[in-house]
Design a binder for this molecule. Structure first.
Ligand SMILES: [Zn+2]
Length: 110
């Protein structure tokens, strides 16, 4: 997988191109992702007991996986904090993702 849940990614196309956010979920069948607080759309709610007036809420819409890139967190990389192309490596049976610019591993938590 090029993109994983929890990744910091840059949006590379569309209205929010250039923004970064965290992958909240991956919609494998749609080849799309949901990014926390990005690509928000208004959803209209029907009135119910909890919310007698109904109303609108903001909700994340999905973004095509091809329109996001993992962000390189290596401070000495020329693409630091920007989306990068990645290269997959297989080290001791573990598939790891590396920035094509600086070769540092793309990790979810650090
Ligand atoms: Zn890099």
């Amino acid at each position: 997988m090029r993109i994983r849940k929890g990744d910091l990614v840059e949006i590379t196309a569309g209205d929010e191109a250039g923004k970064t956010g965290i992958i909240k979920s991956i919609l494998t069948k749609k080849k799309a992702v949901i990014i926390e607080d990005k690509n928000l759309v208004h959803k209209h709610l029907k009135p119910n007991q909890d919310n007698p007036k109904g109303g609108r809420i903001k909700k994340e819409a999905n973004i095509a996986e091809s329109n996001v890139s993992p962000v390189c967190k290596n401070k000495s990389c020329s693409r630091h904090n920007k989306g990068v192309r990645i290269r997959m490596k297989n080290e001791n049976g573990m598939k790891t993702r590396h920035c094509v610019k600086c070769d540092s591993e793309i990790t979810i938590n650090d």
